[in-house]
Design a binder for this molecule. Structure first.
Ligand code: ADP
Length: 441
């Protein structure tokens, strides 16, 4: 038997034993009490009847003489030993048949003989304590009721246990199925899904397991894609380097030209590897945010300072737009500066010479809002949803010129989300783009 079924079985057994045991004890006690009560009442009634008859006899005869044969008859009928004493307490009749029987014991149940309670009694009737046939019959009846109850309880227990097996099997089946799905996951097969059972708790468990399987399947797919993407990204500069080295060996290009190109390809490789490392940190759960109360305006100023050389190279005007009050967030200032630097670098890269890039900071709708706005080429609407994806470049050839790895926005998104915030982009091709970061205040 499987262990979950064994547990059900044990639980059922316990419940059945408690139920049947309690029922058995209550019924037996009630039956015994009823019979005892009946016995007592019947005995009382008999003694009353006999004592009335004897009083009548004395009224009629004015003496106890000749009462013995009648007393014998009544004793035979009731199955009890009867003794009558006169007013002085002398035994006048006794139904003792065997002389070895004990003499009259005055502690036996007795009754005065006389019509009126205030009159002097004319005698006394004693009833023997020995067990009568009727009483024997009654105790046999109690015994047989007890055995019937025991038998009934036994049959009930067996039937209930059989029913418990029938009930517990369908209960444990979905659990066995869930175990099998989880086992598949353990062996690396994330495609199987558990059937949703009807029981609410098991259904929730199955749904949770299925969601987990989907997540795991996605994670495995993403990991595979990631490796393929990285291989693809590294291959282009490496192929270029090899091509130029071969061209240089064959004397097709000059040393100077090939060295410059190889240098730029190596720089791109270094950039990709650096960004991959940043992405790994941003993605990893190990990303430990050193959160502290931070004024977003300070963060922006820090990032603006870092972007200044690149901006002045393109004669761009960099500005911060914000109110006089600080915009406080509980965030890691280094990580948020990294996000703003990525956004500023993109804005600078895509802005025309002499354009303006503005970073605005404000509190809006209960969040801290930071927006980097440029007047650059913008992003086509169909490309916009993909810009945060790994290695996604809107214009690959231009991106190669600027040495972009296609990972900047992916890193930024992970960092913002690690802070419980969101990042979104709006863009109007030809007009410029605006990247907005929202962080909880
Ligand atoms: P990269 O490191 O190549 O810039 P990102 O992940 O930062 O990669 O950006 C992805 C793509 O989004 C870029 O290749 C670029 O085409 C586009 N992009 C990002 N920011 C802007 C912007 N401010 N204006 C226009 N295009 C942008």
């Amino acid at each position: 038997m499987r262990s979950i079924q064994r547990r059900f079985f044990r639980a059922f057994l316990l419940v059945i034993l408690i139920a049947v045991g309690t029922e058995f004890a209550i019924v037996l006690r009630a039956v015994t009490e009823e019979i005892e009560q009946y016995d007592r009442l019947a005995g009382e009634l008999e003694i009353t009847r006999i004592s009335h008859w004897l009083t009548g006899y004395y009224e009629l005869e004015d003496s106890w003489e000749g009462v013995q044969p009648y007393l014998d008859e009544m004793s035979a009928l009731s199955g009890r030993r009867l003794v009558v004493t006169d007013a002085a307490g002398t035994v006048v009749a006794d139904t003792r048949t065997d002389p070895s029987e004990a003499p009259l014991d005055r502690s036996w149940p007795s009754r005065d003989l006389g019509y009126r309670e205030d009159d002097e009694p004319v005698g006394r009737l004693y009833v023997g304590r020995e067990i009568t046939i009727l009483q024997r019959f009654r105790s046999r009846m109690v015994r047989s009721i007890r055995s019937a109850l025991l038998l009934g309880s036994g049959v009930a227990i067996i039937l209930a246990l059989l029913a418990s097996i029938l009930v517990s099997r369908p209960l444990s089946r979905p659990i066995r199925e869930l175990v099998s799905v989880a086992g598949n996951a353990g062996r690396g097969d994330f495609r199987t899904r558990a059937k949703i059972p009807r029981d609410a708790e098991l259904a929730t468990l199955a749904q949770t397991l299925n969601t987990m399987m989907v997540d795991l399947e996605t994670a495995v797919r993403l990991r595979r894609n990631m490796v393929a993407d990285i291989a693809h990204e590294l291959r282009t500069p490496l192929t270029n380097i090899r091509g130029y080295l071969e061209a240089k060996r064959d004397g097709i290009v000059t040393d100077e030209a090939s060295t410059a190109i190889i240098e730029s390809e190596v720089a791109l490789l270094v950039r990709i590897v650096d960004d991959l490392q940043e992405l790994a940190i941003a993605e990893s759960e190990a990303l430990r945010l050193d959160r502290r109360e931070t004024d977003l305006r300070d963060v922006v100023d820090e990032a603006l300072r870092a972007s200044m050389p690149a901006a002045s190279h393109s004669q761009l005007q960099l500005d911060r737009k914000s109110g006089d009050d600080p915009v406080m967030v509980n965030a890691d200032p280094v990580r948020i500066t990294q996000v703003v630097t990525i956004l500023l670098a993109n804005a600078v890269k895509h802005s025309p010479r002499g354009g303006a890039v503005t970073v605005s900071v404000r509190e809006a709708n209960g969040t801290a809002e930071l927006a980097v706005h440029d007047e650059g080429a913008g992003i086509p609407a169909e490309e916009l949803p993909h810009v945060f994806e790994r290695f996604y470049r809107v214009d690959p050839s231009r991106s190669r010129e600027t040495g972009g790895s296609g990972l900047g926005l992916t890193i930024a998104k992970h960092l913002v989300e690690a802070h419980g915030g969101t990042i979104a982009a709006v863009s109007e091709p030809g007009q410029g783009s605006c990247f907005t970061v929202r962080l909880p205040l």
